[in-house]
Write a protein that binds this ligand. Structure first.
Ligand code: ADP
Ligand code: MG
Ligand code: MG
Length: 247
């Protein structure tokens, strides 16, 4: 589904990703762990197509298409979803407006009929309920005044509505209390655990991986993958730290 080969990327002329290679098949969950500043969020931004992140070498294909040639909205329409470490606030635009427009623009790009207001509301309410988010929050401006945990939960509602093929989730577990962590973890499994979907989970902590069992765990350090293992690698990291395990 996703093939990243020898990816080099820089911000403001500063190299951040330095030859990152990673391959991910449909049906798999991969976790990426690594020290602060390793380039984890940069990887997410480069895959999402955020302006200012320049790819200087390497390639990324998504279901056989050159991902780096696509505009961000084309990547989304192709089924890529990026969950941000710091979800953005959009004053003046309600969650419902934002999500309906996002979904329908993606559906139009795929030659699928847009959902009517009533059809969309039914879908949005069902997703909010599944994530135990008060449906009233759908009417509020996107993320404005939401707590850290509410923003993360709201992102999972977005993911449930957009139903992507590949989700890249950047520290989706940060700021969540224990109950919210379980709800979000179960949400990821419900929405994304399927033979034709895949997840790239960026996380610092083992605790989310108790709910969302990864098939592979990678350590990202200084812009490249320095070690790959199974779920046991996350436990080893938790016990011994990055310096020890990645050495
Ligand atoms: P991680 O998510 O692994 O903690 P990031 O991808 O956020 O790391 O950052 C990787 C490195 O890139 C860090 O050293 C960070 O300071 C640097 N960096 C990120 N954004 C910018 C920017 N806009 N300008 C300069 N350096 C940046
Ligand atoms: Mg960080
Ligand atoms: Mg980060």
């Amino acid at each position: 589904m996703l093939q990243i080969t020898n990816l080099h990327a820089e911000i403001d002329g500063k190299p951040i990703l330095k030859g990152l290679t990673l391959s991910l098949n449909a049906g798999e969950v991969h976790a990426i762990m690594g020290p602060n500043g390793a380039g984890k969020s940069t990887l997410g931004y480069v895959l999402g197509g955020r302006p200012g992140y320049e790819v200087t070498e390497g390639s990324v294909t998504f279901n056989g298409t050159d991902l780096l040639e696509l505009e961000p909205h084309e990547r989304a329409a192709a089924g890529l979803f990026l969950g941000f470490q710091y979800p953005v606030e959009i004053p003046g635009v309600s969650n419902v407006q934002f999500l309906r427009e996002s979904l329908n623009s993606q559906r139009r790009a795929r030659d699928e009929a847009p959902l009517s207001g009533a059809e969309f509301l039914k879908l949005a309410r069902a997703q909010a309920a599944a994530l135990e988010m008060d449906a009233e929050m759908l009417k509020r401006p996107v993320n404005v005044g939401f707590s850290g945990g509410e923003k993360k939960r709201n992102e999972m509602v977005q993911m449930g509505i957009l139903a992507p093929r590949l989700a890249i989730l950047d520290e989706t577990d940060s700021g969540l209390d224990i109950d919210a962590l379980r709800i979000v973890g179960e949400g990821i499994n419900r929405i994304m655990r399927a033979p034709d979907k895949a997840v790239l989970l960026i996380t610092h902590y083992q605790r989310l991986l108790d709910y969302v069992k990864p098939d592979f765990v990678h350590i990202l350090a200084d812009g490249r993958i320095v070690k790959t293992g199974g779920p046991e690698l996350a436990l080893e990291l938790e016990r011994e730290g990055y310096a020890q395990v990645a050495a």
